[in-house]
Design a protein around this ligand. Structure first.
Ligand code: HSE
Length: 435
């Protein structure tokens, strides 16, 4: 067997030199000897397309050809693999399709691109016999794509639930533990480089929805079903919700949940109360955590950094090593069918309506006066809702209910909001036992 140093290097072209691109450059050069030994050949960053060439030069991308034309890089004949690290969906889609058409393998961490255009991208890759690898697109450093595709391949997946947005988890943790305001905590997350270019994708649940669409496609088959994801964000949460939740034995997390219900699949992203003792309750700061329930493995958990430059690069370079190993083995890289198990199992086709959901609820009802709590309980009783636990302050009545239908809980909240005894619209959060 020839030494890795004598094998043909894998030539990599990088599109974008922001958080993900600069991290990829740093990991490739910082861990070069180990990566070369493990890949069986050198992985050389040879070309970078960027609007900030000075940044790439300063970062030590020496000897690398710099260009401001990403489409030309995507088609360049001296490149084997294109790493798409530009973000966005329009130009990124055109570049990825151009690279595939030119017979190049693609590595991307762009979940928005794959959630929206995955079917088109993977069909093009299949037709060309090239790979599109995307470990960095979901929960950056956590090898969840490998876990679902390889480690759990023997299982029927029953459900998965995770904290998959590092920015919002950082914001919630800072609000709970440090008493930060929502705006302060979001500013810190942005300064740390966690947030998307448009942070509303983080705090309004869109980024988590992109990741959930990819996870569900891998777990249940078929193309990503972004349009089927019910999405709610965290902007409406208040500091007092964390105090009430804690006294009720819970904490608040932004969850992404995919659950198979017979022939239907439920896909939702929303803030939820989880029991303080649950494993996911301890996934704090910018960390991500994902639970997967398989019918053979039972529940497994994956946890690690959910955002960051080198953290995402860890996954991007792992995909490059996979491609290098497969090419060196004489074959083509493993063909990644249209997101997961598309061709091997019958995908679940219908989305379960949210109205079918039945979960315990957390309600925080701002009180107008001293007798208001009793009146609130009477309104709830008229809707057939009985509190099982409550935490009352002069300002608000917070309570947990038993399992309640979605329509019933929503109707009660609407009714409460109209009552003179209620000082401001109530807050309703679902409670997830994660079992
Ligand atoms: N903005 C994303 C997050 C980055 O906060 O999770 C990683 O996908």
């Amino acid at each position: 067997m020839p030494s890795p140093l004598h094998c043909k290097p894998l030539r990599v072209g990088l599109l974008g030199f922001g958080v993900v691109g600069s991290g990829t450059c740093a990991v490739l050069s910082g861990n070069r000897a180990t990566i070369t030994a493990r890949a069986g050949c050198a992985i050389d960053l040879t070309h970078v397309a960027t609007r900030t060439p000075e940044r790439a030069r300063a970062a030590g991308a020496a000897g690398v050809v710099l260009t401001d034309d990403p489409l030309a890089l995507a088609r360049h004949p001296d490149i084997d693999v294109v790493v798409e690290a530009m973000g966005g969906t329009d130009l990124a889609r055109r570049c990825v399709l151009a690279a595939i058409a030119a017979g190049k393998h693609v590595v991307t961490a762009n979940k928005a691109l794959l959630a929206q255009h995955g079917e088109e991208v993977f069909a093009a890759a299949q037709a060309q016999g090239v790979s599109v690898a995307f470990e960095g697109a979901v929960a950056v450093s956590i090898p969840i794509v490998k876990a679902l595709r390889e480690g759990l391949v023997a299982n029927e997946i029953e459900w998965l639930a995770g904290i998959v947005n590092g920015t919002s988890n950082y914001v919630l943790t800072q609000m709970r533990d440090e008493g930060r305001s929502y705006a302060q905590a979001l500013g810190e997350a942005q300064a740390l480089g966690y947030a998307e270019a448009d942070p509303s994708l983080d705090v309004d649940g869109g980024d988590a929805a992109h990741k959930l669409a990819l996870l569900a496609a891998m777990a249940f088959g078929g193309a990503p079903r972004l349009a089927d994801v019910h999405v709610e964000g965290i902007r409406h949460l208040q500091a007092c919700d964390f105090g009430h939740a804690a006294r009720l034995g819970h904490t608040v997390k932004l969850l992404a949940v995919a659950r198979r219900e017979g022939e239907q699949i439920q896909l939702r992203v929303h803030p939820a109360l989880v029991p303080s003792a649950a494993l996911l309750a301890r996934v704090d700061g910018s960390m991500n955590g994902i639970l997967v329930k398989g019918n053979a493995a039972g529940v497994t958990m994956y946890c690690g950094a959910g955002a960051g430059s080198r953290e995402t690069a860890s996954a991007v370079v792992a995909d490059l090593v996979d491609i290098a190993r497969a090419l060196r083995g004489g074959g083509s890289p493993r063909q990644i069918p249209a997101l997961g198990f598309h061709h091997e199992v019958q995908p679940v086709r219908t989305a379960a309506p949210l109205e079918a959901l039945r979960l315990p609820q957390y309600l925080r009802v701002p009180l107008a006066d001293a007798g208001a709590a009793r009146q609130v309980r009477e309104v709830l009783a008229a809707h057939g809702i009985t509190p099982v636990q409550q935490d009352e302050s002069p300002q608000a009545l917070a309570l947990l209910t038993s399992e309640t239908e979605e329509w019933r809980a929503a109707g009660a909240v609407q009714d409460l909001a109209r009552q003179p005894c209620v000082a401001a619209p109530p807050t309703r959060l679902r409670v997830e036992a994660l079992a």
